[in-house]
Design a protein around this ligand. Structure first.
Ligand code: GDP
Ligand code: IMO
Ligand code: MG
Length: 428
């Protein structure tokens, strides 16, 4: 009997609660795999009132009997990785075995520096609001075919050749375009050799771990970072990240064929948030946005920035269902909506006076979208102790059913609090 391969993707602009959903589902899986993105991600898991925020390490790491894999599609900042592993060890945790793909790319100091310089050189209206973690510049080098891969860190000669060529070019950019100081190639080489020593025992054939686990009947979870609307192809370009968070990204970023994926689970908050720049049709810049931010604790897990907030956008969720082939949705933070007299949801856009039911692929169109809201009844009760769908107040159940109907996907998991136990499972 072969195991099940499930991909977990964000359906909004990230921070939907993917980490906590992965933590819940990891219990019945043998392997958890990150397939794209890097330390721009911040995935929060709360277990027995202890909070963990994972940036590079898969959210299955807290189960000592699992294997966690960082796939070839991820960009790794070794300092961030080691810091994360040290912090976990310092908390006295026995952790899952971690395997890092030889093919994952390495975020070098110049990537982070260029990320910050590029962002500050962008004029108002063109700023992306990146996390400054070097993600865009590292993926640029990957696609330019000059990137440093994890395997290079343990091959001193290759590392030296690649680094010297790259730093010579980066120094031209740094000094001539940005007027910054040149970098010292020898110092970076020495640092990278140190990273190589530490990463060596973690390196492996990541794809094989996945296929061997599936072959032996274990389930494998693919943990997306960011979200559909931040996808470099399907998101609100250019206000996106530089990777493929959508379910297809799991195939290229981990080494699994599309036909081998059994289920795609999309994670959506019960409302909507975005951090960074770019269009966000349902954003509320007034008191509602402020209330959602306060009630939901909407501050970035990586950068601490306040998140922009608004009602849920079912046009966008419907788009994500189609783009990712979503089989089921996980609806998080339903508890945050307790106490609202009325809850609105966006079910269509008005673009230049025309009502559209579909998310436009043109960003110029999306920038003009005015949300069309439908109003539903709210509920007063605290729902954080509900563990079965039937325990929820009828207005909350109606809200869930309304979403399912509009986006044609079942809601198979509901989050009613931050903790692992604060979860309603529905036939998952
Ligand atoms: P991720 O990047 O998708 O993993 O999400 P983040 O960790 O960046 O942000 C989600 C935030 O919501 C975290 O602080 C979680 O602890 C919290 N969270 C997740 N699910 C729920 C839920 O159902 N209820 C509440 N109140 N908080 C939740
Ligand atoms: P998780 O995995 C929310 C946003 C940044 C910026 C844009 C590009 O925690 O959901 P980048 O540094 O990737 O070049 O920034 O993408 N962004 C995220 N927003 N959650 C994330 O990850 C994000 N990762 C990147 O704010 O708008
Ligand atoms: Mg996050």
């Amino acid at each position: 009997m072969t195991g099940r391969a499930d991909v977990i993707v964000g359906v909004q602009w990230g921070d939907e609660g993917k980490g906590r959903v992965v933590d819940v589902l990891a219990k019945s899986s043998g392997v958890v795999v990150r397939y794209q993105g890097g330390a721009n991600a911040g995935h929060t898991v709360v277990v027995e009132d202890e909070k963990y925020v994972f940036h590079l390490v898969p959210s299955g790491i807290l189960y000592p009997d699992k294997i966690c894999v960082i796939g070839n599609g991820v960009v790794i900042d070794p300092e961030a990785l080691f810091e994360e592993l040290d912090a976990l060890k310092n908390r006295g945790k026995s952790l899952a075995r971690l395997v890092v793909s030889y093919g994952a790319h390495i975020v070098m100091p110049y990537h982070k520096q260029i990320d910050t310089l590029l962002e500050s050189a962008r004029s108002e209206g063109q700023k992306i609001g990146t996390t400054g973690r070097g993600i865009g510049p590292c993926y640029s080098d990957k696609f330019e075919r000059v990137g440093i891969r994890a395997e290079d860190l343990v091959n001193p000669q290759i590392l030296k050749e690649k680094l010297m060529t790259n730093i010579e070019r980066k120094n031209e950019i740094l000094t001539k375009i940005y007027g910054a100081k040149p970098l010292d190639p020898e110092a970076i080489y020495e640092t990278a050799l140190g990273w190589g020593k530490r990463i060596k025992p973690l390196l492996g054939d990541a794809f094989l771990e996945i296929h061997e686990a599936l072959g032996s009947g274990q389930n494998v979870l693919f943990e997306g970072a960011q979200g559909t609307l931040l996808d470099v192809d399907h998101g609100t370009y250019p206000f996106v990240t530089s990777s493929s968070p959508c379910s297809g990204g799991a195939c290229t970023g981990a080494g699994i064929g599309p036909g081998r994926i059994d289920r795609v689970i999309g994670v959506t908050k019960a409302y909507c948030t975005r951090v960074g720049e770019g269009p966000f049709p349902t954003e509320d810049k007034g008191s509602l946005g402020e209330l959602l931010r306060t009630k939901g604790g909407e501050y970035g897990a990586t950068t601490g920035r306040p998140r922009r907030c608004g009602w849920n956008d079912l046009v966008a969720v419907d788009y994500a269902v189609k783009i990712n082939g979503i089989d089921g949705l996980a609806l998080t933070k339903l508890d945050v909506l307790s106490g609202f007299e009325k809850i609105s949801v966006c079910t269509a856009y008005n673009i230049d006076g025309v009502i559209k039911n579909h998310f436009p692929s043109s960003c110029t169109e999306l920038a003009k979208a005015v949300p069309v809201f439908e109003e539903l009844s709210g509920w007063k009760e605290d729902i954080s102790k509900c563990r079965k769908f039937e325990d929820l107040p009828s207005a909350a159940r109606d809200y869930v059913s309304f979403i399912e109907k509009r986006v044609s996907a079942p809601i198979i998991l509901i989050g009613v609090g931050q903790g692992r136990e604060d979860t309603i499972l529905r036939g998952i």
